[in-house]
Design a protein around this ligand. Structure first.
Ligand code: SF4
Length: 348
């Protein structure tokens, strides 16, 4: 099949076989794949890139994922937890800078009960005109419902890998089925649901195809993926990315082609993975950019992986430089909340 026909077939009727065929196409077809993906994104999202301000509210975590630099047993981490007042103030400040969404992200920190998070979300909503995304780990269906009633618009919870075996191996004490159940609960609570995986966590393209297809079958509003970069202080310090780098970028293009409606960020991990990595994802597939608005005194300590970029950049500077970057690539910076378009997409 010619590349254009293959990509069109993938767009219209995605199957694991087609995903695998595109993943294994020779490098000389890369430009064509990325161009196809960019056209899909431009058509569906009108060249609008949404800015979401990330606030890393705590680097405490009860888990000990094999690759993560802030896991429970990682030594040498300066632990911090922002107070409720600091979080709310930071969200108000992000809104004043121009953000219409704030993303509160943390390790799975038991201090942040659903009740506490709900109270924070309610107070943010009283004081700032922003949508709120949470990314703070697993809760029960009733707790997600409470968070939704408190004003939480979106929730991000990555499944990380579709392989149950790899999931349990790398996420000590956590169960793959419970993670998937949590995703269903988020969806059922009415919150817009985001998930994704670590590219390269599975060592071959057949399993990568499964990861990609799981995103599609979960029918997500948001898909966040990034290449696996292991922290040197973890047991995976010698991890080597198992594919050509192009595979990570191609994965994002395929995600865009098979989930055209999804909000897909160009994640920071791509910059640590490859020079100008985020820009490459922005050019090809993403419609979301997530600058960091965490106060400088905290963000230096939120190191999930090494070589994280822009850690010493102020929130003002991150906002301005991201806007400039978006516009210099011929995109429009989103002015609205950038809510899910999935339901509308299926109705149209
Ligand atoms: S990856 Fe997330 S859940 Fe796992 S140790 Fe790191 S912060 Fe905790």
């Amino acid at each position: 099949m010619k590349t254009q026909s293959l990509l069109m077939e993938l767009y219209k009727n995605p199957t694991a076989e087609l995903v695998y065929s595109v993943l294994t196409l020779d490098e000389r077809f890369s430009d064509e794949i990325h161009e196809f993906s960019a056209n899909v994104r431009n058509k569906v999202h009108d060249r609008v890139i949404h800015l979401r301000g990330i606030i890393e509210i705590s680097n405490y975590c009860i888990h000990n994922c094999s690759y993560c630099g802030i896991g429970r047993e990682c030594s040498g981490v300066n632990r911090y937890r922002m107070s409720e007042g600091e979080i709310i103030e930071n969200a108000v400040y992000a809104n004043a800078l121009g953000y219409k969404t704030v993303v509160l992200q943390s390790g799975e920190d038991s201090y942040f009960s659903a009740e506490t998070l709900g109270r924070i979300v309610q107070n943010i909503k009283k004081k700032a005109d922003v949508a709120v995304t949470l990314s703070c780990g697993e809760y029960s269906l009733d707790e997600y419902r409470f968070l939704h009633q408190s004003g939480c618009d979106r929730y991000l919870l990555r499944f990380e890998t579709s392989s149950e075996e790899i999931y349990s191996k790398m996420h000590e004490g956590q169960k793959f089925q419970e993670r998937i159940q949590s995703l269903h609960s988020i969806y059922e609570s009415g919150i817009q649901t985001g998930s994704g995986f670590l590219i390269g966590i599975t060592p071959d393209l057949v399993s990568l195809t499964d990861d990609i297809m799981l995103c599609r079958s979960l029918d997500l509003d948001m898909i966040g993926c990034g290449p696996l970069i292991a922290d040197p202080a973890t047991s995976m310090k010698d991890f080597i990315f198992p594919f050509e780098k192009e595979i990570a970028f191609r994965t994002m293009a395929i995600m865009r082609i098979i989930c055209p409606w999804a909000h897909i960020p160009a994640t920071t991990a791509f910059d640590a993975f490859s020079p100008q990595g985020r820009v490459k994802v922005l050019d090809s597939a993403a419609n979301v950019f997530m600058p960091n608005v965490t106060p400088l005194k905290f963000k230096l300590n939120y190191n999930l992986y090494p070589k994280k970029t822009s850690v010493d950049e102020s929130a003002e500077l991150s906002f301005e430089s991201s806007k400039k970057l978006i516009e210099s690539r011929g995109f429009i910076t989103g002015q609205g909340y950038g809510h899910s378009i999935r339901k509308g997409y299926f109705q149209s």
